[in-house]
Each structure stands twice: as C-alpha cells, then as structure tokens.
Design a binder for this molecule. Structure first.
Ligand code: PXP
Length: 248
C-alpha cells in the first residue's frame, strides 16, 4: 500500500487568528479552515489533522466540529492529555486521536510524549478514547523504550516524532533511530506513522525508514499552499511520496 498523507491544517487557523483572534466567527474572518480541508481532500489528502491547543492559539473548538461535519475525510485530533481536551475528543468523536505533550510556552510540539514517565496517565487516556471507538496514536520520540511502552499501553498507532531529524544538519543518526523505532513498532503490531518538520526537501531522506503507513505534514504544505494553493501543494507532496518503497 502506498504511503498515506495526513494534512495538518492548524496554520490556516493561525493565519486567521493573526487578524480575527477575537472574531473567528465574523463573516469577514479568513482564511477558512473548512475550505482548506476540502481543498486538501481535492489534492488527494488521506486524512485531516487538527490540534486544539489549551490556549486556542490556532484551531478553535467550532473549527474542528465544522471540519468534521463538512469534510468526509478521516479526522485526526491531536490533543494534550487534559480533562478539557478529553471531553472535546469525546464530543467530537474523531476517527483518530493522537496524544501529544503540550506546554503553553512552546511554539510548536517540541518532543514526543514521554510515555514511560507518564505511563499511568497515558494508559487511562488510551483506554477512555478507545472505549469510545476512537483509534489512538501516541506521538513519541524514536526511543526504543518508548515504543515498547506504547505497545504495552495498548495504543493502536505510534507517530514517530521527526523533529530532530528535520532539524539535524546531518540527519543520518536520526534516520538510524527512526529505522530502529519503526522496526520495533511494526514488530509490536503498532501502525507506524511519522510527523513533524517534514517538508518537500527532506521527505526523500525518510524513505529509508521502513513500515511507515502515514505521514502527518502541516507547516510545509500550508506554506507551499500560499504560493500554489492547497490542492496543488498537497498533490505535489503526494507526488514526492510515491517514491516510498512499498512495504509488506
Ligand atoms: N504531528 C504532530 C504530533 C504535531 O504536533 C505536528 C505539528 O502540529 C505535526 C505532526 C505536523 O508538523 P509540521 O507542521 O511541522 O508538519
């Protein structure tokens, strides 16, 4: 099966919030996150990812309900493990929930979830989400103990954090870590996804990492969309992804 693409449209909301932070419902508020989702679908996206952060810096609650209602692609909700976000997930009922660490100060998600240190909290969150029919992914660094723990915590999927890979001057060491993590994830029966910092340039370097099912990409696609439009930006990324070796 070919590599799937989840398009993270948070930064469409970031742009809107730059002007309409207090008035996201205004008839003048633009750009539209729903249009972005529909255009991503038209470009071939396999799923849409949204992250409602505690500080609501980009996606607002109403946005994600609207995207769910108006775009029929699978919806992946990224969330920090707080009661507020768990409640949102239960009401929204996305197809997938990806548990991520979240601190207010960070510009973006800065690392994987420490599923070893937070084992009890994560286990409970996974159980509650799965109990409501939501598939659960854990956003983890490519650290073997974390992959082992993710499997023990009964997650359906892991999303390997590719931020360190994307930021490395020489990514070879990070690629080796991602390869080992992906192999272990597959061995433990987890679906293996990857995301963060992936762009049109560094994408081919990830092709050495086996067993990948889906990439989650946001910033680079939304940035490219400013020049060529969302549909074209998504379709160009998918074109690049075609070279990923088909797995078993
Ligand atoms: N995956 C996760 C868990 C994320 O938090 C993010 C950023 O919101 C992404 C993927 C997408 O990262 P980027 O915007 O750098 O493509």
């Amino acid at each position: 099966m070919s590599l799937l693409l989840g398009v993270n449209i948070d930064h469409v909301a970031t742009l809107r919030q730059a002007r309409y932070a207090l008035l996201p419902e205004s008839p003048n508020a633009e750009p539209s996150v729903v249009s972005a989702a529909l255009e991503a679908k038209a470009g071939g996206a396999d799923s849409i990812t949204v992250h409602v952060r505690g500080d609501r810096r980009h996606m607002q609650d109403a946005d994600v309900f609207r995207v769910k209602e108006e775009c029929d692609l699978p919806l992946n909700l990224e969330l920090g493990i707080t009661e507020e976000m768990m409640d949102l997930a239960f009401r929204l009922k996305p197809d997938f929930a990806c548990l991520v660490p979240e601190t207010r100060e960070e510009v973006t998600t800065e690392g994987g979830l420490d599923v070893v240190a937070l084992s009890g909290t994560v286990r409970e969150a996974v159980k509650r989400l799965k109990g409501r029919g939501i598939k659960v992914s854990l956003f983890v660094d490519p650290v073997l103990e974390h992959i082992e723990e993710a499997a023990r915590l009964d997650a359906d999927m892991i999303e390997l954090h590719t931020g360190a890979f994307a930021n490395a001057e020489d990514p070879s060491e990070e690629i080796s870590r991602l390869i080992a993590a992906a192999k272990l994830g597959k061995e433990r029966g987890l679906q293996v996804n990857a995301g963060h910092g992936i762009n049109y340039r560094n994408l081919p370097l990830l092709f050495d990492v086996p067993h990948l099912t889906e990439l989650n990409i946001g910033h680079s696609i939304v940035s490219r969309a400013i020049t060529v439009g969302m549909r074209q930006a998504v379709s160009e990324m998918l074109e690049g992804m075609k070279a990923y070796p088909a797995g078993e």
